[in-house]
Design a protein around this ligand. Structure first.
Ligand code: F6R
Length: 609
């Protein structure tokens, strides 16, 4: 996720900018840059790669001046490169900006601005903001920024600097974090508290739609309508390590809580304005393309493989195309039937998993068409695949994957619906209905996260059991697999997921008194059958924790505890049911004193076979 810093005062801006950016490194980035006003001009320095590369570039000749902004970039639009790194400027170089987020309507704005004669230097969505400001500028910096904000759509935190107005920085945010640090004769801006904590602990936390004009000895904040806002000073009393985690104890918990935003960002720009269709500008597929293959393979590892299983369900159900899913480490050793009539979809958060990359390369060699679903722009898998769909989850730091999984699910659902629209296998009314439910998901995920107390209690209660079983049918089974993996990897409890109907073919022998069984029962089409499997384990005195949709009054009659998630279509409910399972794994690990963010024997990215 991009990191933003800004400085105005009497000290050397560059010193703070580099120091602040280094404290934001944990957010993940692929390039960095700073801009400093030296009293007559603005000097912009950028470099792809680590912050050290930027430091090396300017070490002998540091930009001098007391007004500046800086940025670490996590690529979304445009690959990691010097020219795509921020800060970005307009044609004249008068306006300089840094941005975190996505400007959703940038393509239309860019076409318009190019027609008006603006010359773009990067492939980013961000650069339109600088040119738009140049276009609408009327001598009043703040009013012109407000005009820009009226014209852009999307999520952002933005800091504006202008050599025409060197006495101020202007900053604002929508759906992305931004804080102002209050100093003595100097003020700081940052996307996150760790960047400023060494300089001040007194902060203003910006709210959506607020605009702040930050001078060295004053800060004026107004709301969307331009009315003054009185803000309370937030005194930070976390240490630097806690601040990096946004006040959460672990990255895993922070990332679980980031899911509403990650899901929303991944959807954004991919739904037609009138809500009637999925738009995949990255693909531009048509019926001819879909008819050019007769089989789809989804290949991935671990959690991404579990997301692939859900993807198979979506594509088969909605687009009526046969899909096979395989773990990447098996796929290429079993001489798979892959040729030019195959579409291979690889799913990988990191885009670097060596088995997944090797499966992709091998399939390409055999003539398959390839599509990557990944979270990292410019990763090896993104570069190797013919086409790429990005999840916009932001960097995932905890080893246990959480927000990557939910965003992979959203993207695969959208891909399946997109294919269904082309193949006309789903009626337009159903398509609209699913899209309207899809749009509700971010707030429903938030709702699911709003009451963690019962989950903490279960985790404390059952956290010392040796074995836990997860059961479910249909999509509930796929989510059960992911829930069991989460529990295993962070709490080291032996966990097994079973298709509920398969229990009596062997595993039921392990169900004895007191064994915890997590039973997912959200799939209406197999609800009665799931219920009868739950009765089978209950009859063996298992302790059953049921997961059901709101409105289900039946399940609680047969289980010991129930956790409810908001109601939605059964296709979309995996995005909600997985959340309590992630939290259960997290709190079980806490109960057992495990190192949640760095589980034993595991690495975030598996780049060896
Ligand atoms: C589990 C987990 C792993 C990864 C797997 C694939 O929580 O994180 O199972 O899902 O190593 O990694 P990517 O998605 O980076 O290819």
């Amino acid at each position: 996720m991009c990191g933003i810093v800004g400085y105005i005062g009497s000290g050397e801006a560059a010193e703070f900018l580099l120091e602040g950016l280094s404290k934001l490194e944990y957010r993940g980035y692929d390039s960095a840059g700073i801009a400093v006003y030296d009293g007559s001009d603005v000097r912009v320095e950028k470099s792809v790669g680590r912050l050290a590369a930027l430091r090396d570039k300017i070490r002998e000749d540091m930009p001098k001046g007391s007004l500046g902004i800086g940025h670490t970039r996590w690529a979304t639009h445009g690959r990691p490169s010097d020219s795509n790194a921020h800060p970005h400027t307009d044609c004249s170089g008068d306006f300089v900006i840094v941005h975190n987020g996505i400007i959703e309507n940038y393509l239309g704005l860019k076409e318009d601005l190019i027609e008006k004669g603006h010359a773009f230097k990067s492939e980013t969505d961000t650069e339109v903001v600088a040119h738009l400001l140049e276009e609408v500028y009327n001598g009043d910096f703040e009013a012109s920024v407000r005009e820009v904000l009226r014209r852009i759509e999307g999520s952002y935190s933005l800091v504006f600097m202008s050599k025409k107005h060197p006495d101020r920085l202007i900053c604002t945010k929508q759906d992305n974090p931004l804080v102002i640090g209050l100093g003595e004769g100097e003020n700081f801006v940052a996307s996150d508290i760790p960047a400023i904590i060494a300089r001040t602990r007194r902060t203003f936390i910006m709210n959506d739609g607020e605009v702040a004009v930050v001078r060295k000895d004053s800060i004026e904040i107004t709301n969307r309508r331009g009315e003054p806002v009185t803000k309370k000073v937030f005194e930070v009393n976390w240490n630097a390590e806690a601040a990096e985690k946004g006040g959460y104890e672990h990255f895993m918990l922070k990332e679980i809580h980031e899911q509403p935003k990650a899901v929303r960002d991944t959807m954004s720009q991919r739904i037609a304005k009138d809500g009637s269709a999925i738009v995949m500008d990255e693909l531009k597929w048509d019926a001819e393309f879909l008819n050019s293959f007769n089989k789809i393979y989804i290949v991935a590892c671990g959690t991404a493989y579990h997301a692939g299983l859900v993807g198979k369900f979506y594509i088969e159900k909605l687009a009526r195309i046969v899909v096979e899913v395989d773990v990447a480490s098996e796929f290429r050793y079993r001489d798979p039937v892959v040729d030019e009539n195959t579409l291979l979809i690889v799913v990988s958060q990191s885009g670097e998993t060596s088995d997944t990359l090797a499966a992709l390369k091998e399939s390409k060699r055999l003539g398959a068409k390839t599509l990557a679903i990944t979270n990292v722009v410019g990763s090896s898998i993104a570069r190797e695949a013919d086409q790429v769909l990005y999840t916009w989850a932001g960097p995932e730091i905890a080893v246990a994957s959480t927000k990557a999984y939910t965003t992979q699910l959203v993207l695969m659902f959208m891909l399946a619906l997109y294919m269904a629209e082309i193949k006309k296998t789903v009626k337009p009314e159903r398509c609209r209905e699913l899209i309207s439910l899809l749009k509700k998901l971010p707030s429903q995920v938030s709702e699911t996260l709003s009451d963690v107390e019962p989950i903490k209690t279960f985790a404390k209660h059952y956290g010392f059991n040796e074995d836990v079983f997860y059961i479910g049918r249909s999509l509930d089974y796929d989510v059960a697999l992911e829930g069991a993996l989460k529990l295993k990897e962070v709490s080291y409890i032996h966990a097994e997921a079973y298709a509920a109907g398969e229990l009596k073919h062997g595993t039921l022998a392990l169900i004895i008194e007191g064994v915890p069984v997590i039973a997912l029962a959200t799939q209406k089409s197999v609800y009665e059958k799931t219920l009868s499997n739950i009765k089978e384990v209950k009859a063996r005195d298992a302790v059953v924790i049921g997961i059901a949709a709101e409105g289900d009054e039946e399940l609680e009659k047969y289980v010991d505890h129930v956790m409810k998630v908001p109601e939605t279509d059964e296709l979309l409910i995996p995005l909600l049911t997985v959340v309590p399972l992630q939290l259960l794994a997290y709190y079980a690990a806490i109960t057992r004193g495990c190192d949640v963010d760095k589980p034993r024997n595991l690495a975030k990215s598996v780049t060896v076979e």
